[in-house]
Design a protein around this ligand. Sequence first.
Ligand SMILES: Cc1cc2nc3c(=O)[nH]c(=O)nc-3n(C[C@H](O)[C@H](O)[C@H](O)COP(=O)(O)O)c2cc1C
Length: 212
Amino acid sequence: MKFKHKYKRMIWVVAGLCLLLVIGSVITIVSIDGYQYHQNQKIIQSITETVTPSNTLVVFFSRSGNTELMARKIADIKKAHVFPITSSQYRIGVKGWVQALQDARNTEAQITPSKIDLAPYDTIYIGSPIWLYSPAPPAFQFARNNDFSGKVVVLFNTMNSKFEQYYIDEFKKLIEKNGGTFLQHIYIIRGRMTQQMDINTFLNEVEQKLKI
Ligand SMILES: Cc1cc2nc3c(=O)[nH]c(=O)nc-3n(C[C@H](O)[C@H](O)[C@H](O)COP(=O)(O)O)c2cc1C
């Protein structure tokens, strides 16, 4: 009887420790996310936008600003117009992070705007973070909603460590189904959360990727 009681107590202690570990990890991840968001925003504001006519458009969805940074750098180099897609349920913070994790493998999302007039452009860059090895749902939703007839499309992603080619192929199929030519997939691995590459190396990497 005494042994059973001790055993039960041990289970509670282990369960409590596991719960603390999960809460601690979530707090750490969300704090790093928030820190990164603010660091990225400082640099993003210093990159000037192209206002003259352009036949290249960079469309992106970004939560913590890494993909936005890549998008703005691509637009700067290519003298392209840039257009953010937003999805309010994935805002920075705990709620948005949990929702992102929950929806990571979906290919549908509520996005604003749902469509963009692509008529002035012949090349469209579409960017998003990788969530659970796949481009985030807003990128798929944008690809589903728009007509890419006569357009060349480049998918670009930022991530911590890796993606699965299967999801990139699915994205390519969606672009082709909507009339586009899928030219290329480019990506930057910024490294795991505590050892991410610094912003200048990241921006140099964007330049290198565009030369390929
Ligand atoms: C819910 C969620 C899932 C993620 N899954 C992956 C993943 O499978 N592989 C990976 O390398 N990074 C993953 N990440 C990290 C992001 O891809 C990475 O931080 C990205 O640069 C964030 O882009 P953003 O700042 O534009 O939102 C994930 C992030 C979140 C929030």
